[in-house]
Write a protein of this length. Structure first.
Length: 307
């Protein structure tokens, strides 16, 4: 059973994130374009107490035309890197709570956390993000540090797709990958897209379809780099998948883990009973999130230690 705090957050978070019913496709696209035109693509640190005192951030402008932020704990040295790909339906930039999560990983693992602020839709499509992120991960691996990769929601699917693209190019793989509530099937074929529609306080089947239409306006949404659940995952590094049972993306996570097991990937699947979308970001307020964060830290540390 979820904690009482989890139940309250399930009500509060959609209001804080201003979740609402979608308008017509034309009106939604116009709204997003207006929002993106005035959007501050800076690094949002406001929910991390004493951030500037405790952490340092370096911005890098990548050749593809978007920024990447490297977060480290002040006064520490590091020999490991976590690449964190943020969620947001491919329409939203890095969120303050994702920065908070990255900061905790930096502290807990003694790592630098690299957060690319990849291109958003509707101005861009899926092809604009894959190549530059693969190049970034390849460069980090060649710098000699141990590298892991993680992502939530849309970023969780993108993390796995990044590894698939790297594998196809014959590039080295990171030590491990963690995906939180991954959106891994843009065809929306998972049964939970319908069965959990209404139970999920953040997303609906209609909303996910709208995001998919923008991200892949043309082409095959079942292509492996778009929907990793349909890919062969052979050769990928150890995979941790966490998801809540009250999510439209529940079956994306379950099927992704099943595909990994089928292809002899070392995989762990954790389903939080009645858990909501990306509950992990609310560590410190939810026992379930604290437990999930501890599991991620142990998972990364275990695979980095013996590499």
């Amino acid at each position: 059973m979820p904690s009482r705090r989890h139940e309250l957050l399930a009500v509060a978070v959609p209001k804080l994130r201003r979740s609402r019913e979608l308008d017509t496709p034309e009106a939604e696209k116009a709204r997003l374009l207006r929002w993106h035109a005035t959007l501050d693509r800076g690094f949002p640190t406001r929910v991390v107490p004493f951030f500037n005192r405790r952490y340092a951030v370096v911005r890098e402008d990548l050749p593809a035309g978007f920024a990447s932020y490297t977060l480290t704990r002040r006064g520490t040295t590091h020999d490991r890197t976590v690449v964190y790909l943020h969620g947001g339906g491919f329409v939203a930039p890095i969120d303050p709570f994702q920065v908070r999560y990255g900061a905790r990983l930096a502290s807990g693992l003694g790592a630098r956390v690299v957060m690319p602020d990849y291109p958003l839709t509707p101005e861009h499509t899926w092809r604009d993000a894959h190549g530059p992120i693969v190049e970034l991960v390849e460069r980090l691996l060649h710098e000699g540090e141990d590298v892991t990769i993680a992502g939530d929601s849309a970023g969780g699917g993108l993390a796995v797709a990044t590894l698939l693209a790297a594998r196809e190019q014959g590039l080295p793989q990171p030590a491990a990958v963690a995906a939180f509530s991954p959106w891994a099937d843009l065809t929306l074929a998972g049964a939970s897209m319908r069965s959990k529609d209404g139970a999920d306080p953040l997303f609906s089947y209609a909303a996910m379809g709208w995001y998919a239409d923008r991200y892949i306006p043309n082409g095959d949404r079942s292509a492996p780099l778009a929907s990793p659940v349909f890919a062969s995952l052979a050769g990928l590094p150890p995979l941790l998948v966490q998801v809540g049972s009250h999510e439209v993306l529940l079956d994306d996570a379950v099927r992704l883990a099943a595909a990994a097991g089928r292809d002899d990937v070392d995989v762990t699947l954790r389903v939080a009973p009645e858990g909501t979308h990306v509950f992990q970001l609310y560590f410190g307020a939810l026992d379930e999130a604290d437990e999930a964060l501890d599991e991620v830290a142990r998972f990364f540390a275990r695979h980095l230690r013996y590499r």
